[in-house]
Design a protein. Structure first.
Lengths: 113, 113
């Protein structure tokens, strides 16, 4: 089955810096890669996703890149703000409704002002 | 916009008791998913349903069962509760025409004493 590894487990940056979180997946059949932000006591919130037919996707300060050959995908947050502090999870799955999301172990991002 | 509604938000049970968690998907969404998240861990997929039929199955214990009803809401039934079942339980929903974009509810925190 699919296995997703995520690094780093913790990341501390200064406000205004960039943050990068990296994930690798094992199943070459996976073709959908979402990123979720989870704040304390809340459910995971989808922040951006990418499908395997696209190499990069950007939404304001957030971007995701995908390297299918290497089975790597990364989340890039620019101009970080204190409110970006949260746990971020990457996930991999088939791009088909009803299928499980397999999550990485999460990255705790702390942005200090 | 309407989100995934889960009830109850908190639940305290004794060992060997039963619990029922409810999930109301986003209006018009037809697929529901259940995930379990232990403290400091990533969400683990339990089971999913589309049009009342099981769609995918993960690491759901035999003591747990779930179903989806004709109005698309879902219930997770947990019997013979164990201390290790204490966790956050998330429901997510998606619309089959939107592939595997899953939106999560706020979760039910189950504590087994």
């Amino acid at each position: 089955g699919e296995n997703v590894e995520q690094h780093p487990s913790t990341l501390s940056v200064q406000e205004g810096d960039s943050a990068v979180i990296k994930c690798t997946y094992s199943d070459s059949a996976s073709n959908y890669f979402p990123w979720y932000k989870q704040e304390l006591g809340k459910g995971p919130q989808l922040i951006i996703d990418i499908r395997s037919n696209v190499g990069e996707k950007k939404d304001q300060r957030i971007a995701v890149t995908l390297n299918k050959t290497a089975k790597h995908f990364s989340l890039h947050i620019t101009e970080t703000q204190p409110e970006d502090s949260a746990v971020y999870f990457c996930a991999a799955s088939l791009n088909q409704a009803g299928t499980a999301l397999i999550f990485g172990k999460g990255t705790t991002l702390s942005v200090s002002s | 916009a309407a989100g995934v509604i889960q009830s109850p938000r908190h639940l305290i049970k004794e060992k060997r008791e039963t619990a029922t968690l409810k999930c109301y998907p986003i209006p018009r969404h037809d697929t529901v998913y259940w995930y379990q998240q232990g403290p400091g861990q990533d969400p683990q997929f339990l089971i999913s349903f589309y049009e009342k039929m099981q769609s995918d199955k993960g690491s759901i214990p035999d003591r747990f069962s779930a179903q989806q009803f004709s109005d698309y809401h879902s219930e997770l039934n947990m019997s013979s509760l164990e201390l290790g079942d204490s966790a956050l339980y998330f429901c997510a929903s998606s619309l089959v025409g939107q592939a595997n974009i899953q939106y999560f509810g706020a979760g039910t925190r189950l504590s087994v004493l």
